[in-house]
Design a protein around this ligand. Structure first.
Ligand SMILES: [Zn+2]
Length: 134
């Protein structure tokens, strides 16, 4: 979709801190993380909400979440990795994967903007942990 920011990032027209990519999905850091390391898993094709994806894409989105959870946990020393779907921010399906250090942190009110330097360093860290787990 022409005016969709997630479509533009998936098409590499707009930069994003991408930590995973295949033919169908990207995973990138949220620029306003609930906690540092907050990842968004996004289908490359424009679909408005997660539940509008076909079953194969839906299953793959959550398989990617699972695959990223261990590297993300190592990269952030989080106690748990939280998973959430809301969809109010951008009308393009996305699954949140959020490092958690304690209860009640899975809360969008906690989101605050991260610096490009911090995002780049975190992305590098997650990518390194991903590579290590292959
Ligand atoms: Zn889109």
């Amino acid at each position: 979709m022409a005016d969709c920011i997630f479509c533009k990032i998936a098409a590499r027209e707009v930069p994003g801190h991408i930590v995973f990519e295949n033919d169908r999905f990207i995973a990138m850091l949220d620029i306003k993380p609930v906690n540092p390391g907050h990842i968004l898993i996004i289908p490359k094709d424009h679909v408005e909400v997660v539940f509008a994806m076909d079953d194969a894409r839906y299953a793959e989105a959550f398989a990617i979440a699972k695959a990223l959870s261990a590297p993300l946990q190592r990269a952030t020393a989080a106690k748990r990795i939280g998973l959430a779907v809301e969809g109010f921010g951008v009308d393009h399906a996305h699954v949140h994967l959020i490092p958690l250090h304690g209860p009640h942190e899975l809360n969008p009110d906690r989101a605050k903007e991260a610096s490009p330097e911090d995002l780049a360093a975190m992305a590098e860290n997650i990518i390194q942990e991903r590579t290590r787990s292959l």
